[in-house]
Design a protein around this ligand. Sequence first.
Ligand code: NCD
Length: 451
Amino acid sequence: MGSRMPGLRHLVSIDDLSLDEIKKLFVHARAFGEDLRASAELCRGMIAASLFFEPSTRTRLSFESAMLRLGGGVITAADMRNLSASKGESLADTVRVVSGAYADIIVLRHSSEGAARLASQYASVPVINAGDGAHEHPTQTLCDLYNLWLERGRIEGLDVVLAGDLRYSRTIHSFAYALARFGANVVCVPAPGFEMPDYVLQRLREEFGVEPQRADAKSLGDLASQSDAVYLTPQKPHQLSLFTDARGFAVARVDALYMTRPQTERHPSGAQLENYVQLGKRQLAAESLRDAVVMHPLPRRDELSEEIDSDPRSIYFKQAARGVPIRMAILASLLGRLAVLEREPVVTARLYPVQTGPNPCANPTCISRTEARHVVPQYKVSSRLPLRVHCGFCSHEVALHLVGCSTTRHWHEPDSSELRKVRPDHLVFLADAAEAERLGFVAATRERSPA
Ligand code: NCD
C-alpha cells in the first residue's frame, strides 16, 4: 500500500475494521512493543486531543503515552467540568472546534451511547471511541484480541469465557462482536441479572451468524455455579473444540477467561450484586481452566481476587501494558503513518436521519436523547421483512408501533408486507394512530391474502 494516506477513517465500533486490518495492527503493535522508544519520529508534529467525559486511568494514559512515544503531542481535557460542555455546549460543537486547528486526532470517552458516532459525523479528523456508555470500547477490544493473539498465537477457534457484568460492560460487547467475526467460541457466564443484552445477541445472531445455546458449564465449577451460562458459537462446526449432548454444550477446555467488574455507575438503582461471580484460587482450580489465561480490562473490584495475581495464568497487568503498543499502532494508522487501513471501511451500515416524527430510540442514555436539542436521530434498517430497525447511535432495537411512508403519507402495521415497498429513507416511526393522524398520515388499506 506504500505511504498512501487513508481517507478519513474513524474507530467508533470494532466493526469499522476488517479482520485483515486488525491483524496488521497486531503486527505493528508487536514491533512497537519490542522497543517502545524506537518510533519517536513516526508522528512528530501531530497532536492528539483526549476528551474524557468519564473517568479513565488506563485508556487515557495509554493513549497519551502512545502518542508521546510516537513523537507526537497531546492536549487533554480529562476533567470535562472545566470544559464549555458545562456551559451547555453541544458535543458536536466541541468536536468541531477541537478538530479545527487544535488536534489531528480525537480520543473521546463519553457516558452516552453513540457519542463517538456523533462526534465522527462532525469531526474533520479521525475520532477514536475510548468508550461510549455501555455500548462499545473498540480499542480495549483490540488490546484484548492482541493479547489473545500473542498468548495463543491465533484467535480463530479459541474457547473464551466472558464473565461478570455482560449487560453493562462495553468491553464485553465489542469483544463479543470481534470474537464472533474471528470465529472464536464464546461462553457467557453472566452474574445473575447481568446477562448479555438482547440487542447484542440479536446482532451476533443476525449479522455474524452466531447461535446462542444453553451451555452445560459444570466443568467450569464454582465460577459458573450461580450462572445461566450461554454458549455462542459461529456457525462453523468444524471449529468446535467443545462437544454437545442433551444438556447443552459442555465446556471442556477454556483458552481464555475474561472477567469484568460490575459497572455500578450504569446500574439501575436496586441492582443486586450479592451473587456476583468471583474468581480466586478455588474457582481457578477447575480442570477446564487449567490452561486458560485470565484477562480483565481493569479496574477490578472484588470479582478478581489478589490471591491469583502471581498465578502464571493471570495476564491482566501484562494485558494493560500492551495497551500502549497497540494504541501506538491505532494512532499511527489512523493518522496515515502506517499502511494498515484501506481507504474505505469494509462494513458500513447505512444510517438514515429521522425526517419526521419523534425520536424512535427509547434508550434514555443514547446520545440522541441526552443531547436531544442538538442531535438528529438516525436509524439503520437491519431487516426488511419483517421490518427491524436499530438506532444508528446506540444500536438498541427500535420498538415499532406504526410505520409510515413520508411520501405516500400512509401508515402500516409494522408486520405489513407492504412496508417492503417503502424506501428505507422514507420510513416514519409513529407511536399510535392519533400521532399518525396529527402528522397527516392515513391508514393504508392492508393487502390481504385471498381466503
Ligand atoms: C473499562 C471501561 O472503561 O469500560 N476500563 C478500561 O478501559 N480498561 C472496563 C471497566 O471500567 O470496567
